[in-house]
Design a protein around this ligand. Structure first.
Ligand code: PEP
Length: 252
């Protein structure tokens, strides 16, 4: 029995048109029971979130957006704000996904601003951290994770941390088919949990949920979530199809 409630989160990335997203949300709503023992969350594109919200509103499946800009409104062409999301009953926001960091040059400082904005609007950030293959091979994994966490959480207190979920996503495992071994993932996630203990206390480190992400599939999920420090998964590719329903069933 796990200490913390498991979460299975699906990051759809830049996939599915608004119509496709509504259809898939309908499929999930009819395939996933309403008495979940785990938290199920999907992240459609911002363009599709209103349609998905409409489909999922009376179900136990929650939804979020993949990114926000940390201002409430204004001259930020192409962006959306956390303050706009309350109309749609959005509850979660991904912050610091490796594709945001590496493709769009998002800095640790910007991730910190985003977390603050998400919290200010009463939403839950899922804060993603992870090292590249180069960093891991250079023995810098812990240093990279510590920097991402210290900068991302700078200025936050205990009551803020109580509302945050962390996702450990080694960059070398994202979309590559190379999943971290359960032991590799658990080691990194124990490091993160110990860092949270040193920054915010042991109680918080024991209650904070940390998800693993990177090439999760139905075949490897059970062994990952059986590890002590792994409280569920953030899933990319396998969240776009029926396999997501299987992942939820495995977690339950
Ligand atoms: C992700 O995008 O968060 C992710 C883990 O992707 P994938 O499952 O496709 O590796």
């Amino acid at each position: 029995k796990k200490k913390r409630r498991l979460m299975v989160a699906g990051n759809w990335k830049m996939n599915k048109s608004p119509n496709e997203a509504r259809m898939f949300a309908g499929f999930l709503a009819s395939s996933i029971g309403n008495e979940n023992a785990v938290d199920v969350v999907v992240f459609p594109t911002s363009l599709s979130v209103a349609g998905v919200a409409d489909i999922l509103k009376d179900t136990s499946i929650k939804f979020g957006v993949q990114n926000i800009y940390p201002a409430d409104s204004g001259a930020f062409t192409g962006e959306i704000s956390a303050s706009m999301l309350s109309d749609l009953a959005v509850e979660y926001v991904l912050v610091g996904h490796s594709e945001r960091r590496h493709i769009f040059g998002e800095t640790c400082e910007l991730t910190g601003e985003k977390i603050k904005s998400v919290l200010k609007h009463g939403l839950t950030p899922i804060f993603c951290v992870g090292e590249t293959l180069e960093e891991r091979e250079a023995g810098r994994m812990k240093e990279v994770l510590e920097t991402q966490i210290r900068k991302g959480f700078s200025g936050l207190g205990k009551s803020d941390l109580e509302r945050i979920i962390i996702a450990y996503e080694p960059v070398w495992a994202i979309g590559t088919g190379v999943v971290a071994s359960p032991e590799q993932a658990d080691e990194a996630m124990k490091f993160i949990r110990d860092l949270i203990a040193s920054l915010y206390g042991v109680d918080l480190s024991e209650s904070v949920r940390i998800l693993y992400g990177g090439s999760i599939k139905p075949e490897n999920f059970e062994s990952l979530i059986s590890m002590e420090n792994i409280d569920g998964g953030l899933v990319g590719g396998a969240s776009l199809q029926e396999s997501f329903v299987q992942l939820v069933a495995i977690a339950e």
